[in-house]
Unconditional design. Structure first.
Length: 85
């Protein structure tokens, strides 16, 4: 008898849905500073500004709060149901 589950046997709960406010908060706190600093080519003035306002620390704390709120694993952003008018 095998105890290994195949992907067809394992059922995974759908990801939790973040609220609109949480999605906007993540965008503003995590993604905007990352893009502003420059993903491929760093912008020295914006890197210095991000360090001055401790953007990485703020982003880390926010993501910890989101994990506490929504649990481990992934979570989705709110989306409109395709069946909604």
């Amino acid at each position: 008898m095998s105890t290994v589950q195949t992907s067809s046997q394992a059922t995974e709960a759908p990801p939790a849905r973040a609220t609109v406010a949480d999605t906007l908060r993540i965008g503003a706190t995590v993604f905007v500073p990352t893009l502003a600093r420059g993903v491929l080519a760093r912008r020295p003035r914006l890197v210095a500004l991000a360090e001055a306002v401790q953007a990485d620390r703020r982003a880390g704390r926010l993501l910890q709060r989101m994990r506490a709120r929504y649990g481990p694993g992934r979570y989705g952003s709110p989306s409109r149901d395709a069946r909604s008018p």
